[in-house]
Design a protein around this ligand. Structure first.
Ligand SMILES: [Zn+2]
Length: 869
């Protein structure tokens, strides 16, 4: 009866209503600012009314269908809008940024410790500022740094003191801290990771660090609570894994698979996973949970069929669905209940429910329903690569399954020979496997127990491998588009690693929680896996980088990939090939000969500028190091170089300070052809084993009609006594062409500015330093940007590269006032255009359009992005 109701409920137009709702939700995600909440309520009511009228008058009026579609879209738009505005109302009051607040809260998730300290998530219970209660967002990310911390407020020359060191925090503990808090703020770069969106989807609306200096109240443990028992258990299991498994690599991978904590994985291991395209397995992605569900269903179904009595009580396919889904849900919860895991469980639950209710819908409608369920529960999933990967994977499985072998299924989780109706009790004896009910006398006891099950598992294993192959093949174009690289060995690596990790390593790692000696077996499985992956990763041409094409080409190529795998005649399928191949043939736009462009990357507190001419590219500085295992090279510059398909000819490192060379090792490792020009000491590790020279005034070269020259330091500056500070040796680079010029000066200070003015006016007359574009020296510090220097350079565009709320207070207000007081000399007074990366994100400046620079933060601005005060 339920089945017939569900099947009657389905209407041919339902897929279209679902599609309209997804379009409505997607349209809301395009809003740059949220409306006031009541403005969403009006369309909400209107859409329900339109839907009601159109629905009741459907048969009579041809316009009614359009009305219904519009109502579905409007309803989804308004619902997502209301939800976003309710969440947004809790956002951090900008007045509280940078204040010391007394906060009481409960640790709500696993803590992450590293050499720099401890990070954890806090559910805020109460907060006070100077004795008054204030409102904080309910969920914040907190760091408690070890070692030295600046005393007092932000200043250029802070005193440093040893603060109280992080303690062993556990989920469920209630603590009282002094916190210094700030709004979520991430770097914004072309093709970069949207950290602010990520925090929004995590429900985190502020970040903070613990003030634990001598003058601050000591952090106090107020109480142990039973809030967050799952997180507390996960942390206990993680501690056990890390203490019981001797091999750190195996311990890290087992912890990642069991409790979903990837923090202990080394970056070199991540590089291997990425190069071989199996990172999704380690990060508990939707694909991994789906594969786990598939394995669990096969196991539950296989065991269930052993007992005819159980089968009479509940059909084996239904038991497999419920049991398998239950196990997958438990695993997803235990492995951290991350957003991808939540989405996958929702998709699986939708498909399983339809299946159990006996619905026999065509696959595109089931697919659309799972899509709709995810989009309505988490609309921001539409903006995330992982969602599209697992979603397209599900679609590929539906589409590539010619005989409907998968009954209304997610990626292969259902038993494939499931009878047409799971509700029919006659199927309980599983007619397709009838020998299992009445075993022949020759069959041994072992075979009687396992025989048919083993055959079934064997058949399902083969079909899993087949499906895995199809998914990997079909996802290749999408992966390439989302991540800008094709892992050529990824196909092979996935075919080997997916069954190994899902069916061998993960079960051993999970069962080890109950019986720790099994972790010995898991360690062995990790060793085998890593050995195979490392071998594959070293194959020549393992990773093939492609540029990031425009979105329309990306959509075309994805459709081409899908077309290649669906069950259609081959001459139709082959049409997909040119659509896919258009991507690697696509070329990113470059400046015309005689023109140049600068991309001032948003790397936080540090310098990194990508310079490009028609056929050459140069990187000036490589940004800061953020922590022991994270720097601007890995996080910002490599993705940028990869997305723009840029090969560097030269890397200039102005001087050896960490905010200029922090990301250099990562960049130089991948740009093996690039020549290094720097003021680094001769024996500096970065210069070893590569084509490296000292930058010296007088060096000059021409690239595609653009003249480059080094203005500072002179050879004798290196030998000066006492040895100059690294800042004083900053390589100064000037480039010019067709009346436009740019000056990149690193961290030079007043004395070097004066020396430059003197030398340049002698050798090249008044205009020797004049530059349209100036990278503001030393991030806008008081030590630099002297008035005579600004008068000599006469910049029209001045760009400060600094971190948001950095601890040095860069750029200093009085220095910026000096720039504002300038006006460019040509005719009518025109103010200098002043740009800073905290407000602008990455800044693109082109010599062809010197007054039309582009701020990445203003491009594609959405309501979840931070508006810098
Ligand atoms: Zn610096």
């Amino acid at each position: 009866m339920v089945a017939s109701f569900v099947n009657n409920f389905r209407k041919p137009s339902m897929g279209w209503w679902g599609a309209a709702a997804v379009v409505g939700a997607a349209a809301q995600l395009q809003q740059s600012d949220l409306w006031p909440r009541e403005h969403y309520l009006a369309p909400l009511v209107a859409c329900i009314a339109v839907g009601w009228v159109a629905g009741s008058g459907r048969a009579k009026h041809p316009g009614a269908s359009a009305g219904l579609l519009l109502a579905c879209a409007g309803l989804a738009f308004a619902l997502v809008g209301v939800r976003a505005s309710v969440f947004d109302a809790q956002r951090l009051d900008p007045m509280l940024e940078g204040r010391d607040l007394q906060v009481v809260g409960v640790v709500s998730d696993l803590t992450q410790s590293s050499a720099t300290g401890l990070r954890f998530r806090l559910r805020v219970e109460s907060a006070q500022w100077e004795g008054r209660a204030v409102n904080l967002p309910p969920r914040i990310d907190v760091g408690w740094y070890s070692g030295l911390a600046p005393r007092g407020g932000a200043s250029e020359r802070a005193d440093w003191e040893l603060q109280r060191q992080p303690q062993d925090l556990r989920p469920g503990q209630r603590w009282r801290f002094t916190l210094r808090i700030k709004a979520p703020h991430g770097s914004r770069n072309p093709h970069g990771f949207d950290y602010e969106l990520w925090l929004w989807t995590q429900g985190v609306q502020a970040t903070a660090y613990v003030r634990a200096g001598a003058q601050d109240a000591a952090p106090t443990l107020v109480a142990e609570t039973w809030a967050y028992p799952v997180a507390a258990l996960r942390q206990a299991v993680r501690t056990r894994i890390l203490s019981r498994v001797a091999d750190p690599q195996a311990a890290a991978l087992i912890a990642a698979l069991v409790v979903g904590d990837q923090a202990a994985l080394e970056r070199s291991d991540w590089d291997v996973f990425r190069a071989t395209g199996v990172a999704h397995l380690v990060s508990i992605s939707g694909l991994h949970i789906t594969m786990f569900a598939w394995g669990a269903m096969a196991l539950v179904g296989g065991l269930w069929r052993r007992s005819p009595r159980l089968c009479l009580w509940l059909a084996a396919p239904t038991a497999a669905l419920v049991g398998g889904f239950g196990l997958a849900l438990t695993y997803a919860l235990f492995s951290g209940w991350g957003v991808p895991a939540q989405r996958t469980c929702l998709m699986l639950a939708t498909v399983a429910t339809l299946r159990i209710l006996g619905a026999r819908w065509p696959w595109p409608q089931v697919w659309m329903l799972t899509f709709l369920a995810v989009v309505l529960s988490d609309p921001w999933a539409l903006l995330q690569a992982g969602f599209w990967l697992s979603f397209v994977a599900v679609g590929v499985l539906f589409a590539s399954d010619p005989g409907g072998r998968i009954p209304a299924a997610a990626p292969g989780p259902m038993p494939h020979s499931a009878p047409a109706s799971a509700n029919d009790p006659r199927d309980n004896l599983d007619t397709l496997e009838s020998p299992s009910v009445l075993p022949s006398p020759e069959v041994t006891a072992w075979q009687r127990w396992w025989g048919p099950g083993a055959r079934r598992v064997g058949a399902e294993l083969r079909s899993l491998l087949g499906e895995q192959w199809t998914i990997t093949l079909a996802l290749a174009p999408l992966t390439a588009l989302l991540f800008g690289q094709v892992s050529v060995v990824g196909l092979l690596a996935n075919v080997l690693a997916v069954p190994w990790v899902t069916l061998v390593l993960t079960p051993l790692a999970l069962l080890g929680v109950l019986f720790p000696p099994l972790w010995g077996g898991a360690t062995l499985a990790v060793e085998v896996l890593m050995r195979v992956l490392q071998t594959l990763a070293t194959w020549p041409g393992a990773v093939w980088m492609i540029g990031m094409p425009p979105w329309w080409l990306a959509v075309l190529a994805t459709l081409g990939g899908l077309l290649l795998v669906v069950s259609l005649p081959w001459n139709v399928r082959l049409l997909g090939l040119p659509m896919v191949l258009a991507v690697p043939l696509w070329q990113a736009p470059v400046p015309a000969p005689g023109e140049f462009e600068l991309l001032v990357a948003d790397v936080g507190q540090g310098n990194a500028v990508l310079v490009r001419t028609a056929e050459h590219a140069l990187l000036y500085d490589a940004g800061p190091r953020y922590s022991l295992d994270s720097d601007a090279g890995h996080r910002v510059l490599l993705p940028l170089l990869q997305a723009t398909h840029t090969r560097l000819d030269r890397v200039v490192l102005s001087h050896q300070d960490a905010d200029h060379v922090g990301g250099a090792a990562a960049v130089l490792a991948t740009q093996t052809e690039a020549e290094l020009l720097s003021s680094l000491p001769l024996n500096h590790p970065l210069t070893v084993g590569r084509d490296a020279r000292r930058c010296e005034a007088g060096q000059a070269w021409d690239w595609d009609g653009v003249h480059f020259e080094i203005l500072h330091p002179r050879p004798e500056d290196y030998a000066a006594l006492p040895p100059p500070k690294p800042n004083a040796l900053s390589c100064v680079l000037r480039m010019s062409s067709g009346g436009q010029s740019a000056l990149l000066v690193g961290d030079i200070e007043r004395a070097q500015e004066a020396a430059l003015i003197e030398r340049r006016s002698i050798t090249a007359g008044q205009s020797g330093l004049q530059s349209t574009f100036l990278l503001v020296p030393h991030h806008g510090s008081k030590t630099s940007s002297s008035a005579p220097f600004l008068a000599a350079v006469q910049p029209e565009v001045a760009v400060v590269q600094a971190g948001y709320r950095n601890r040095y207070g860069h750029p200093v207000v009085e220095v910026m006032d000096r720039y504002r007081a300038l006006s460019t000399g040509n005719g009518a007074a025109q103010a200098v255009e002043i740009i800073d990366t905290p407000h602008c994100g990455a800044f693109l400046w082109r010599s062809a359009l010197p007054h039309n620079g582009v701020c990445t933060r203003n491009e594609g601005l959405r309501y979840w992005h931070h508006r810098v005060p």
